[in-house]
Design a protein around this ligand. Structure first.
Ligand code: PLP
Length: 412
């Protein structure tokens, strides 16, 4: 697993940061899904992490895919997935993208406004439409309702318009917000979906599809599954003609990826400008700044876009992979490699005082909304992924992969 990038004069980026992806974890999450939500078909949200091996695995396992653009649709179709296993779950699409999905045979798509209906009627009249309704997302990390979802009171008029345009509306979707920590939001959303189904009947439709969206969290999954199952039984007692799908993203991949990053520089924080000798050192404030080779313009964009607070742990210390269980710690800050001061990975954390340039730090839970939005700002390449199939992507697995990687490429 050598670092592949050849830099100036053929000098390799030997310390390049890298992800360790445990595909068996993704498989395990799929099994867990079927155990607790057997009647709900997962359509993996590609946007969350379009890693080619994750997609290939999920395609082989038979999941569907939630795509937000023609780029994502193409990526999934190239895997040999049938277009009927794709939902174009973006309620606001460019006309040319709708035309593209018609050509590709992708029929299922969401809408939440009248203009979308006119566009679809013009370029994809055979589409199978799903009205995305607004639900309470106030308990979620990412409030998608700020941008998408028709309030229930606007649904009847939308459905009348759809009927007028001869469009086939087949069901209702919602998204309780990404990173939903309050499982009861799903119960409330199912209740609203029921009301939208009834509005469908009023408008002359017989809906057959309920899409319960994403927002599933690893830590609350079982509780959410139980609340969701109860709510569906209560509001949709007649399941015979009802297909239920979901669009989980982070649930599948968040814990499957860890990131190892190299300490490329170290310095003391700037002194206060005036009378520094009079200022007492505050032991709570960082006394050392570490610079690592991935940052908020790369994998750690999740700090800005996904409201995450990744915490580092030590993989190698003073050049050794044998990190003692307890070492004296110092208040430290961790920064990314770019020249921008917003590029701060951790404004304060406790790290060993003996951590040096060349040592490695690692971060767990780096699989969701990281790689997919990483940029190459300042000319820093996006971190590579090393794949494993067992043992979990946590410390032991990252250490194992790092040693393998280091043996071949890095002089630690
Ligand atoms: N479906 C849609 C329409 C989304 O916008 C998103 C996330 O933004 C998802 C599914 C995936 O959500 P999550 O990763 O929280 O499961």
């Amino acid at each position: 697993m050598k670092a592949m990038q050849l830099a100036l004069d053929g000098e390799p980026d030997a310390e390049k940061a890298f992800f360790v992806a445990d595909l068996s974890y993704v498989y395990g999450q799929h099994e867990r899904w079927h155990k607790y939500l057997p009647g709900i078909e997962p359509f993996y949200a590609v946007k969350c992490n379009p890693d080619p091996y994750v997609l290939r695995l999920l395609a082989a396992l038979g999941t569907g895919f939630d795509c937000a653009s023609n780029g994502e649709i193409s990526q999934v179709l190239r895997l040999g997935v049938d277009p009927s296993r794709i939902i174009y779950a973006n309620p606001c699409k460019a006309t040319s993208f709708i035309r593209g999905s018609a050509k590709a045979g992708v029929d299922m798509m969401t809408f939440d406004n009248t203009d979308e209906l006119y566009k679809i009627a013009r370029v994809h009249p055979a589409a199978k439409l799903i009205v995305r309704i607004l639900t309470d997302d106030s308990k979620s990390l990412c409030r998608l309702g700020l941008k998408f979802g028709a309030p229930l009171m606007s649904v009847p008029a939308l459905l009348v318009k759809a009927k007028e345009l001869n469009l086939d509306v087949i069901g209702v979707s919602f998204h309780v917000g990404s990173g939903c920590y309050d499982s009861s939001a799903f119960a409330d959303a199912v209740m609203r979906a029921r009301a939208a189904f009834d509005m469908g009947r009023e408008a002359g439709y017989e809906f057959t599809l309920l899409d319960v969206g994403g927002g599933f969290e690893d830590g609350t999954f079982e509780a959410t599954a139980s609340i969701l199952t109860d709510a569906i039984s209560r509001h949709f007692p007649n399941r015979e003609a009802l297909r239920i799908i979901a669009e989980p993203g982070r649930y599948y991949v968040s814990k499957a990826f860890s990131l190892a990053a190299n300490v490329i520089a170290r310095r003391a924080p700037p002194e206060p400008e005036r009378g520094s000798q009079d200022v007492e050192v505050d032991p709570e404030q960082p006394s050392v700044m570490y610079y690592i080779n991935d940052g908020v313009y790369g994998a750690f964009n999740c700090i800005l876009f996904d409201h995450q607070t990744p915490q580092p742990y030590v993989l190698s210390l003073s050049g050794s992979f044998h990190v003692p269980a307890s070492v004296p710690l110092r208040a430290s800050s961790v920064w990314g490699p770019t020249c921008d001061s917003i590029d701060c990975v951790c404004s304060i954390t406790q790290l060993p005082g003996t951590l040096q340039v060349g040592d490695w730090l690692a971060f767990d839970n780096m699989g969701a909304y990281t790689l997919c939005a990483a940029s190459q700002f300042n000319g820093f390449e996006i971190s590579n992924v090393i794949y494993t199939t067992g043992g979990g992507a946590g410390a032991a697995e990252v250490r194992r992969a790092l040693k393998m990687f280091a043996d071949e490429a890095v002089d630690v």
